[in-house]
Write a protein that binds this ligand. Structure first.
Ligand code: DQA
Length: 147
């Protein structure tokens, strides 16, 4: 049976492609979903791909992934910088966690420089555009092969 990777997206990422394209690019979240399906197929992985603007949905999905996923890729968006609750949910997981940011958060406003989630993440990818999701899947595949 294929291993399962949850790819979770936080607030405002539903507007990818429309929102501040000079920062986040022109590809939509649906484009990212399709790219991730293709990349996952290449690696023989199954994905669950979700987005919510609500912190509690992300926490519930991380808790679901704790039981169902072999790895978690998460772009917590603005909750990266505020949410101890999402960090706590991820800390309860034993599978690999990879944090993705489309933009380079370290080159932006200082309030974006700190991510609570990074404290738990096995890897952090920032500033690679939406390609970051594909790199994260590639890394998840490597980690899952090693495990
Ligand atoms: C983001 C960076 C965050 O600072 C921001 O709040 C987002 C998106 C990114 O993907 O670059 O919404 O996580």
């Amino acid at each position: 049976m294929a291993k399962v990777v949850y790819i979770l997206n936080g607030p405002n990422l539903n507007l990818l492609g429309k929102r501040e394209p000079e920062i986040y690019g022109h590809q939509t979240l649906d484009d990212v979903h399709q790219m991730c399906i293709a990349q996952a197929e290449n690696h023989g992985l199954d994905i669950v791909f979700r987005q919510s603007n609500a912190e509690h949905d992300l926490i519930d999905w991380v808790q679901e992934a704790r039981e169902a996923a072999h790895a978690i890729i998460i772009n917590p968006a603005a909750y990266s910088h505020t949410s101890i609750a999402i960090l706590d949910a991820l800390s309860a997981c034993t599978c690999p966690v990879i944090e993705v940011h489309v933009s380079n958060i370290h080159r932006r406003e200082t309030f974006r420089h700190h991510s609570y989630v990074s404290q738990k993440a096995d890897a952090v990818i920032a500033g690679c555009g939406v390609e970051g999701y594909l790199l994260a899947l590639q890394r998840a595949a490597t980690l899952l092969k090693e495990s």
